[in-house]
Design a protein around this ligand. Structure first.
Ligand code: UDP
Ligand code: MG
Length: 313
């Protein structure tokens, strides 16, 4: 095998994927065999799995030295896995994909062709449907994309998967972003470069179960908003101005009524509602500020995004 062939690094974050990995391995080898014009390197990140994922990865690395792995000291999340994989990858092109076959490896030859022949820097994928997903999740996902695209300069594509093939130049740009709160969908878009979108229909998981529940996704979406927009902070000031204005109108109204009708009857119920309402808005605004403060706090601490416990040689 010639050493001067271009190399594609495949980065695969894995959390409890012992059942899915053998299926993935077989599929990706088939694809690699169909692309003799490139060499491959595979980087699996064991994200503190509780099942036999690390054992499977050790066996794969023993079988074939193109299969490399990193194993985290605990679960750090998919974003940390992606970062570790991209940092460790040595290829001229890099692909990130899930281990569960929801990102079809058969698309790789076409993606590679688009970069080499059509001059794109990146080929990304998006799902055109949300089959097999609870309707409530699809509903909130839709809202999230509408909302974040309204308030953020960085555009996020609805249905975009993390599955993409990038040039080393683009990956280097992503690795230059040193933030601790990493929201990859946003980072990929923030660095720019020419991206081609490929669409496909949702594919069910090959084995194992999804690692996300509704609340985790909700928190993840808030991370995304905090990482790519500061507009919610402006909301606090806006509401402050609005309430001052409403209070002013109210005072004028009471003053005029007092002049015309004399002392008004005490309206304690309405006062209590207003006090509660304004108190609620104030807490909401404090909460929004707290969210940004907590993100800034984590950034300032400068902790590493992940800790590696074991790696293939
Ligand atoms: N994953 C990870 N760390 C986590 C959660 C998930 O590395 O804490 C990996 C997981 O093994 C899979 C990918 O991220 O390869 C996507 O996860 P999953 O398939 O559960 O998400 P879904 O496709 O359901 O959105
Ligand atoms: Mg999946």
């Amino acid at each position: 095998m010639a050493d001067n062939l271009p190399k594609i690094s495949i980065v695969v974050p894995c959390y409890n994927e012992e059942e899915a990995l053998p299926i993935f391995k077989e599929a990706i080898i088939k694809v690699a065999d169909s692309m003799p014009q490139v060499t491959f390197e595979y980087i699996f990140i064991d994200d503190g799995s509780k099942d036999g994922t690390l054992r499977v990865l050790r066996e794969m690395a023993k079988e074939n030295e193109a299969f490399k792995y990193l194993s985290f000291s605990r679960n750090f999340g998919k974003e940390a896995g992606l970062l570790a994989g991209l940092e460790a990858a040595t290829g001229d092109f890099m692909a990130v994909m899930d281990a569960d076959m929801q990102d079809p490896p058969e698309l790789l030859p076409q993606m590679y062709k688009s970069i080499v022949d059509e001059g794109y820097d990146c080929v990304a994928t998006r799902r055109v449907d949300r089959k097999g997903e609870p309707p409530i999740r699809s509903f909130f996902a839709n809202r999230f994309y509408k909302f974040i695209n309204k308030i953020s300069e960085t555009k996020m594509v609805d249905g975009a998967r993390d599955f993409r093939l990038m040039t080393r130049q683009m990956v280097d740009a992503i690795l230059d972003l040193k933030e601790y709160n990493r929201f990859s969908k946003g980072l990929f878009s923030w660095v720019g470069f020419n991206t081609k979108w490929m669409e496909y229909e949702s594919i069910p998981r090959s084995a194992g179960t999804t690692k996300w529940n509704f609340w985790q996704l909700l928190l993840y979406s808030m991370d995304g908003i905090a990482a790519f927009s500061v507009k919610p902070l402006a909301l606090a000031s806006f509401m402050g101005v609005l309430f001052c204005f409403l209070a002013f109108i109210g005072i004028m109204f009471i003053a005029v009524r007092w002049i015309i009708f004399g002392d008004p009857v005490a309206g304690w119920a309405s006062i209590v509602s207003i006090v509660l309402f304004v108190g609620g808005i104030q807490l909401l605004c404090t909460g929004i500020m707290g969210m940004y403060l907590s993100k800034a706090y984590l950034e300032v601490k400068g902790r590493p995004v992940y800790v590696v416990k074991e790696r293939s040689k």
